[in-house]
Ligand binder design. Structure first.
Ligand SMILES: Nc1nc2c(ncn2[C@@H]2O[C@H](COP(=O)(O)O[C@H]3[C@@H](O)[C@H](n4cnc5c(=O)[nH]c(N)nc54)O[C@@H]3COP(=O)(O)O)[C@@H](O)[C@H]2O)c(=O)[nH]1
Length: 757
């Protein structure tokens, strides 16, 4: 009997072994697995029944109860049914007195096994050793009870003797079988999970188009993951065993190795970007090093992913560009303008420079769009964008807000609000004129215009939204004013600009109407004798009265108007000299004429002066051109050249406002000057400020040492004259000797002497 027990135990062990094989082998044929398992469990039952513990012929005990119940518990209904049917058929074939009990044993084992399974699935009971033991005990007690209910006296008496050992040993066998099967199932599940995760990982790795290599801490390629088939890295397999430095340029290899080491040291992913030449062209690569957490050949290793991000970068740049630029015109869009506006506001606050926003709206753009189509509209907008860009400096911004709305932001204008407004106005007018020139669109000529609203911003600011609103409001005012015009948001500024525009218009008219006059301020020698005069311009306006030059010369200097005025002054001064030449009392007088920057920079300036001299026939020595010191700062060679040409013809030069500018003495020496003029600011405080006296004295000494004459202007008192004389100055101009007067008055002054002054 003991032998049969041992055989049964061996059977159970082989069942476990075979089931382990079954689970592993049929892993890829999942639907077949329960059938195979059922057959296995059933066949083992059959083998068990072939070598049973035989109590008497036809009365046998074997391990089928344990096997079938475990088939139910671990395999489920299908496995248990298949096994039960096989076992049942064989038991029927065996026959014998207790075949019905045998069949019943099979049924009870299957059913109780399944009940245990359901109870476990619903978490009513665990599958621990104790539970399995109790289940085995219960199962075999039920089987014993069943046996006892049947009228087999021999069996019954025999059962009374072995009931306890039977129940205990089979309960124990059930528990052991259950535990072994559970172990197998768990191991199988673990293997399956491992297998699944491995195949998922392989699939994921294969789906990643990047180069994946394992690199050790010394920069050796250890492996590729898996055999990388990457067009970007065709020979990845061949890298294994080589070093980064053997394959990549030194700089790139150093960078990657440093990243590998950083990643190992910090135990986290490190990312870098580097360039790589793939033979066709330079590519941008993103490299990621991630520590693997174990050593290979005793070295720490990382998995390194290299991804070609060239195309992505290009797309990113495109996206960024689209986020900040208008795709039609290529100009900054509203977003970028806002950004630059904030920067400009901060810049203005820091530097004190004014900036301006010019809100530009095309007039009647909708009509073009509606009648000629959007393509034509787009063409116009592109041309407008190009023209606007051509009207501003590099530091300025031209943006398109959308539709036909553009904004120009001018930065680094003057520190003074009025001058900044004038600068913005001038650029605004240039823009109006530029946009009003005709356009060629698809072979057609198109005419357009714009309305511009301007607002200034400086150190004292409001919000950027408020500034945009102001420029927008001003633009609507420009539209209401009849289009093709500009308006300032600030009423005061608008008034100022309008007044200047009015003044400029009047001045042009004044020139035409011959309202300009020359007044003459006497210049005297140390004896008070008039030796010459300075021609000073006046504007005899019918309603404004006598307008002083300070009110209109700066305005004229901002445009080409000063050239026309300058020409008139020069010719009128020459005509006056010519008249004096015919008056014995006046023939000896020289006449100083103020020359402005724009005038002297005219390419034909020398010719113009000579033409005035020749036309009037005056002696050039009588003409003295007054230049200001600041005028000499730019294009020195050109100025020296022109002055020398005129000096050769006899024309004299006086340097006005001397001492207020920054002329270097070396430069001064090169100028063909005749006279230095001490500025009236030094003369005014001569007697109260020692420094001014020192400056005046230095100018006089300097003039003498350079062989130049010196004249002091703004002499108002006798005390000033005396002090200047003491310092060595022998020529004077100022109210003390006479204010600027008409030619007739100067004649009377010259003829009748100081009594008239
Ligand atoms: N490019 C040209 N500039 C011109 C011309 N005519 C004049 N000007 C410039 O305009 C500025 C103002 O000139 P104006 O108002 O005529 O003043 C001159 C004198 O009236 C004034 N002056 C003379 N003596 C005194 C004095 O004793 N006290 C006092 N407070 N002012 C006095 O000085 C002005 C002359 O200055 P300057 O030219 O530096 O000798 C002035 O800058 C003119 O240059 C023109 O035709 N073209």
């Amino acid at each position: 009997m003991l032998l049969e027990f041992i055989k049964n135990v061996a059977l159970l062990l082989s069942l476990c072994l075979l089931q382990g094989f079954n689970l592993r082998l049929s892993r890829n044929y999942q639907p077949l697995q329960p059938l195979l398992a059922g057959c296995l469990f059933g066949c083992i039952c059959v083998v068990g029944m072939m070598t049973p513990v035989q109590l008497e012929p036809g009365v046998i005990f074997d391990a089928r109860s344990a096997i079938l119940s475990m088939a139910g518990l671990f395999g489920g209904a299908l496995v248990a049914t298949v096994a039960g049917v096989i076992a049942g058929i064989y038991r029927l074939w065996l026959g014998g007195a207790t075949y019905a009990l045998g069949i019943l044993t099979i049924v009870i084992s299957v059913v109780l096994g399944l009940v245990f399974r359901v109870a476990h699935q619903r978490s009513w009971v665990k599958k621990g050793p104790l539970q399995l033991l109790l289940f085995g005990f219960l199962l075999h007690t039920v089987i014993l009870l069943m046996f006892s209910l049947f009228p087999f006296p021999l069996l019954n008496s025999f059962m009374q003797q072995i009931a306890l050992p039977y129940t205990l040993s089979f309960a124990l066998a059930t528990m052991l079988l259950g535990l072994m099967l559970q172990g197998i199932m768990n191991r199988n599940r673990t293997e399956q999970a491992l297998h699944d995760s491995e195949s998922s990982l392989r699939a994921i790795v294969q789906a990643i188009p990047d180069l994946m290599v394992i690199i050790d801490e010394d920069g050796h390629y250890i492996d590729t993951l898996p055999a990388t088939n990457n067009p970007f890295y065709p020979r990845a397999q061949a890298l294994i065993g080589s070093r980064l430095h053997a394959e990549l340029p030194q700089e790139t290899a150093d960078l990657i190795l440093a990243t590998v080491r950083d990643s190992l040291r910090l135990k986290q992913t490190q990312t870098i970007e580097y360039e790589r030449d793939d033979g066709i062209g330079s590519r941008l690569v993103e490299g990621r090093a991630q520590p693997l957490g174990h050593r290979i050949n005793g070295k720490q290793v990382v998995v390194f992913l290299a991804r070609d991000i060239t195309d992505r970068k290009v797309k990113e740049e495109e996206i960024t560009w689209l986020a900040f630029y208008d795709p039609l015109t290529g100009l900054p869009n509203r977003r970028l303008l806002q950004d630059r506006l904030h920067q400009a506001m901060a810049g203005s606050k820091r530097s004190g420079h004014y900036s301006a926003l010019l809100f530009i709206d095309l007039d009647n753009f909708k009509t073009l769009n509606d009648t000629q189509g959007h393509d034509m509209g787009d063409q116009l907008l592109k041309q407008v964008a190009a023209r606007l860009t051509g009207c501003v400096r590099e530091c300025d911004t031209v943006a398109r807000l959308g539709g036909d709305e553009f904004v120009v932001m001018l930065e680094q204008l003057s520190h003074q609000e009025e001058i900044a407004a004038t600068q913005s106005q001038m650029i605004g007018e240039t823009i109006l004129a530029t946009l009003a020139a005709s356009y060629q669109i698809a072979g057609y000529e198109h005419n357009s215009s714009a309305s511009i609203g301007i607002t200034l911003f400086g150190a004292h600011q409001t919000s950027s939204d408020e500034l945009m609103k102001r420029a927008d409001i001003a633009m609507y005012q420009a539209k209401s004013a009849g289009r093709n015009t500009l308006r300032f948001f600030d009423n005061k500024m608008q008034f100022l600009i309008s007044s200047r525009a009015e003044l400029e218009k009047d001045l042009r008219e004044g020139l035409r109407q011959q309202q300009l006059r020359l007044f003459y301020q006497p210049q005297v020698d140390v004896h008070g004798q008039i030796t010459g005069a300075e021609a000073l311009l006046r504007w005899q306006h019918p309603t404004r009265g006598m307008v002083p030059p300070a009110d209109f010369i700066p305005l004229a200097e901002e445009s080409t108007l000063i050239l026309v005025i300058g020409d008139w002054v020069l010719n009128e001064a020459c005509r006056q000299l010519q008249r004096w030449a015919g008056q014995p009392a006046m023939a000896h007088l020289s006449l100083a004429v103020n020359i402005s920057v724009r005038q002297i920079h005219q390419p034909d300036f020398v010719d113009r002066v000579l033409a005035a001299i020749h036309t009037t026939g005056i002696r050039p020595e009588r003409l003295k051109l007054e230049l200001t010191e600041s005028l000499l700062l730019e294009d020195r060679d050109e100025i020296i050249h022109k002055m020398t040409a005129l000096k050769t013809c006899g024309v004299g030069f006086s340097l006005d406002d001397f001492g207020t500018g920054y002329s270097s003495l070396a430069y001064l020496k090169q100028l063909p000057l005749e006279q230095l003029k001490i500025d009236k600011s030094f003369v005014r405080d001569l007697l109260i400020d020692q420094k001014n006296a020192a400056i005046a004295s230095t100018i006089i000494t300097l003039a003498r040492s350079l062989g130049l004459n010196v004249i002091a202007e703004g002499v108002e008192t006798e005390a000033q004259r005396q002090r200047l004389a003491e310092l060595g100055c022998d020529a004077y101009q100022g109210y003390l000797f006479g204010r600027p007067v008409t030619a007739d008055t100067l004649f009377a002054l010259t003829v009748h002497g100081p009594a008239l002054r």
